[in-house]
Design a protein around this ligand. Structure first.
Ligand code: MEV
Length: 444
């Protein structure tokens, strides 16, 4: 058995898989068959998936669900969601329906600015650099004209370039910080290409400009890369209604008590980072599911959201709530950089269908849909937490999953569902119940 290999990336997919199963699995033939069974039956389609990444040996399936009844700025959507966690889609759907009956989600995109940086070292007279800054900036714009032409024609491009001095924190360290508008694309390639062009122009400019002496002509570029923190690419999703219209809650909880407990749950997530992390995780349950369904970059979107949540120096809730003058208001401010063109958005066949299902939104509209889904998810989680607790809903799905693992028949599942209405669901308790029904062991 060998656990290391050279030339792996050059091997055919089948050979890669063969090497993997033979060296890492006890029953290679079965595993080979199983992983091959998840290859797409259409070779052309499989080629598309293999093209997304490297060293692919199979496809990894996740459920593709939908949450209907999302009314956003008066328009009704069915939202596609890719997520492995049970109850998330059900929760989004129930919150969407709840707010559909109370006016829906009001969502505004507040700004669309993306950010990129060139980090560089330079030791010289800063006054001279400031004196030539306008010339340098003009050179940076000019040298990228051909790269930005298309985007400018679509209404985007470079919005601004700043020179930032970080030398008090790190010797000789400066930054070019640029703002971009990338229209309907996420814009990562566009921004990174421009930043690399900026670096070259910066080096050439400093080398040539007569104001600098011999020592000041050298610039050391550290790196040129977009920032995933885009606080100015911001969307706000909001719901509100009179407290009295919130309705009835389990165990005779009044709408007023619900509103106050809900408000306090949000306050707690503003006060305590331990709670804030879980609270925001719940928001991202909804956000990520739509982000993945539309083939956007969920790591970038998570990184941005969590950085924004810590913008005041302490990690806090991304959502806010007020209960004032008899009105319940609940909203989410979300920085989110995404695209509806470029990247995998049209290459991934299911992502393409997700966008079609949403009516082929532009980037602004998709930002709104995703923010509304995040808010809905958060509403559903807090609603359960301050009323019944989340386990009740979770356990239903959990029970269904356990029944599946024991290959329960429909009749057994029906009996189990009735039985576990009042009983605690666990792997052990479901097995015992099935054994009592079947009068024999069901295995583990
Ligand atoms: C579980 O995936 C998400 C929740 O924990 C979110 C929350 O606590 O707000 C239910």
């Amino acid at each position: 058995m060998s656990r290391s290999i050279s030339g792996f990336s050059k091997m055919s997919k089948r050979k890669k898989l063969r090497w993997i199963v033979e060296n890492f699995f006890k029953d290679p033939e079965n595993v080979m068959q199983e992983l091959v069974s998840y290859w797409h039956k259409n070779e052309e389609s499989q080629k598309i998936f293999d093209g997304f990444s490297e060293n692919t040996i199979s496809n990894y399936f996740l459920p593709y669900g939908v949450a209907p009844n999302f009314v956003i700025n008066g328009k009704t959507y069915v939202v596609p969601m890719v997520i492995e966690e049970s109850s998330v889609v059900a929760a989004a759907s129930s919150a969407a329906k709840f707010w559909m009956e109370r006016g829906g989600f009001q969502v505004d995109v507040l700004s669309m600015t993306k950010v990129g940086q060139v980090h560089f070292n330079w030791s010289g007279d800063k006054e001279k650099l400031l004196r030539v800054w306008d010339d340098l900036k003009e050179t940076l714009y000019k040298d990228t004209e051909s790269l930005t032409e298309n985007m400018r024609n679509r209404g985007g491009g470079i919005l601004d370039i700043e020179l930032l001095d970080f030398t008090s924190q790190e010797p000789n360290y400066y930054q070019l910080k640029a703002d971009f508008h990338t229209c309907d694309s996420m814009g990562a390639n566009f921004i990174n290409s421009i930043l690399e062009s900026f670096s070259k122009s910066l080096v050439g400019f400093m080398k040539r400009h007569p104001v600098f002496n011999e020592e000041e002509r050298g610039v050391e570029i550290i790196m040129s890369i977009l920032s995933n923190y885009t606080p100015e690419c911001l969307v706000r999703a909001k719901v509100e209604c009179p407290v009295a219209d919130l309705g009835n809650f389990p165990d005779n909880m009044t709408a007023e008590t619900f509103a106050n407990k809900f408000y306090q749950a949000i306050r707690i997530a503003h006060i305590d980072p331990y709670r804030a992390a879980t609270h925001n995780k719940g928001i991202f349950n909804g956000i990520d599911a739509v982000v993945v369904a539309t083939a956007n970059d969920f790591r970038a979107i998570e990184a941005c959201g969590h950085t924004y949540a810590a913008k005041d120096g302490q990690y806090k809730s991304l959502s806010h709530c007020t209960v004032e003058n008899g009105t319940f208001k609940f909203w989410l401010d979300l920085p989110i950089a995404l695209g509806t063109v470029g990247g995998l958005t049209k290459l991934h066949p299911i992502a393409k269908r997700s966008l079609e299902l949403l009516g082929n939104p532009d980037a602004e509209e998709l930002m709104k849909i995703i923010a509304a889904t995040g808010l809905a998810q958060n509403f559903a989680a807090i609603k359960s937490l301050v009323t019944t607790g989340i386990q009740k809903g979770h356990m239903k799905m959990h029970l269904a999953n356990i029944l599946n693992t024991f290959k329960a028949t429909d009749a057994e599942a029906e009996k189990a569902t009735a039985h576990f209405e009042e009983e605690v669901v666990s792997h052990h308790s479901v097995r015992e119940f099935l054994e009592s029904l079947r009068g024999q062991s069901v295995g583990s």
